[in-house]
Write a protein that binds this ligand. Structure first.
Ligand code: GDP
Ligand code: MN
Length: 425
């Protein structure tokens, strides 16, 4: 999913006419100070990171002066939260909070609903998981007609909003609902939105996620990768997305897994399907090897797509091997894989990675023909001193045999490392 940071989500809310605090993001403590000076009032300094619970993690601070804002920004930007570094802080006018509320718009996938759904609670500010069930109110939203005013009023009344405030709350929720639809969100959570001392409702936080399939309809967002990534995209992530972006024939997924490129023991990882991916990790774990990346070519992808994924997997520097992990029977024609892998290995091994261990496990439909394509296509490389001397090809006899596959990779990569060390590479 394409997720926005709080400050980005708030900018889109502001453009849609919703009330958000005055402020903007800073990339350095000095800039934070400058923004606080411009605002000219006490401010909130909020670490921008793709994770909830920032209040508890100590990366939301309230300060009175620009100097304090600078110091708070410096402290926050030195921290990491759930392994993610904090590159920006949002500086915004501190709110005079009378009460905090919760609302979110999500997709209710239940069979009888299959529609957007509004959740609302007067218990705002805390994790939604800790809000008591009986204090969380829900209403499905008709995907065509939108949130009806009477439904909005009703849900607020049930939650105990006093009569004189009902139209204000219903109006606020209706505008959010329209924004949810306008931006093709998957999730829009405002936790908290607050009632201020002067009686206004303001969005104090914002979690906005855009439906991946709708990203193409929204060039204004300039989303480079319509995917759920844990942090900033890497070069490999961009490569992976470029394979999927314009070609929906089967899955050709590729993603960075935090490969540091200098440590030994990383394998270019190319499983076929989710179950295979788990078994492939099992194979690696058993022998102390690690996946350099995550990948998946399943759902009958065309050979060109498999080729691009495999080539990108193999482009990672310093890997100690390549695993094509076709564990379990996949209900797809395996010869697309066979053709793609032959082409890639013929291109990569001789010049760039001679002798790289390549354990190729392929089974499923057209298995015999596919293994034959691999053998015939790689035959001349698989000779004793050839660039493909560490290619090993396996079929259904090893389809669940993670231990065997792991051990083959471990033995071959040990040999390969020793050979590279001897050559001083
Ligand atoms: P989260 O913990 O990551 O969800 O971060 P939030 O943006 O929800 O902030 C956590 C809490 O900090 C909120 O529930 C508020 O109580 C408080 N807070 C956030 N922004 C402001 C602000 O501008 N003014 C005040 N007074 N409190 C704020
Ligand atoms: Mn929050």
């Amino acid at each position: 999913m394409a997720k926005f940071l709080e400050y980005q989500g708030k900018e889109w809310l502001r453009k849609a006419g919703l009330p958000v605090p005055n402020g903007r993001a800073a990339s350095s403590p000095e800039e934070a100070k400058k923004i606080a000076q411009e605002i000219g009032k006490p401010v909130a300094v909020k670490g921008q990171v793709q994770a909830g619970g920032r209040g508890k993690a100590g990366i939301v601070k309230l300060v009175n002066t620009p100097e304090e804002a600078e110091r708070a920004a410096r402290e926050i930007m030195a921290k990491t939260v759930k392994g993610l570094s904090i590159r920006q802080v949002l500086i915004e006018e501190k709110l005079d909070i009378k009460k905090e509320f919760y609302c979110s718009f999500v997709v209710n996938g239940a069979r009888e609903a299959r529609s957007p759904m509004l959740m609302f609670s007067t218990e705002g500010g805390m994790d939604i998981e800790s809000v008591p069930e009986e204090q969380l109110f829900k209403v499905n939203i008709d995907p065509i007609f939108g949130l009806q005013t009477y439904d909005a009023v009703d849900i607020c009344a049930q939650a105990g909003i006093p009569a004189q405030d009902l139209s204000k709350f219903a109006n606020f929720l209706s505008r959010l609902s329209q924004t949810y639809k306008k931006y093709d969100c998957q999730t829009l959570e405002i936790n908290p939105f607050v009632l201020t001392g002067s009686g206004e409702l303001v969005c104090a936080d914002c979690k906005m996620e855009i439906d991946n399939s709708a990203v193409g309809r929204h060039p204004e967002f300039a989303i480079k990768i319509a995917r759920d990534l844990p942090g900033e995209p890497t070069e490999l992530d961009y490569m992976g997305w470029s394979i999927e972006e314009t070609d929906s024939r089967g899955t050709g997924f590729l993603m960075n897994m935090g490969y540091d490129e200098v440590s030994p023991g990383y394998i270019g990882y190319h499983p076929i399907g989710g179950g295979s991916a788990m078994m492939g990790l099992d194979a690696l774990n058993q022998v102390g090897l690690k996946p350099a990346n995550y990948a998946d070519t399943s759902g009958n992808p065309v050979a060109s797509k498999i080729y691009r994924v495999a080539k990108s997997v193999l482009s990672q520097p310093n890997i100690d091997g390549y695993l094509l992990g076709g564990f379990m029977m996949a209900n797809q024609e395996q010869w697309h894989h066979a053709h793609a892998i032959v082409k890639v290995l013929r291109e990569v091994l001789p010049e760039q990675k001679p002798g790289l261990p390549c354990v190729l496990l392929l089974c499923g439909n057209r298995e015999a023909e596919s293994l034959e394509i691999l053998r015939k296509g790689l035959d001349d490389l698989m000779v004793p001193d050839g660039p493909g001397k560490r290619i090993e090809i396996y079929g259904k006899e090893h389809v669940t045999d993670t231990k065997f596959i792991g051990e083959r990779l471990a033995a071959l990569s040990k040999e390969y490392r020793a050979e590279k060390d001897a050559q001083g590479k």
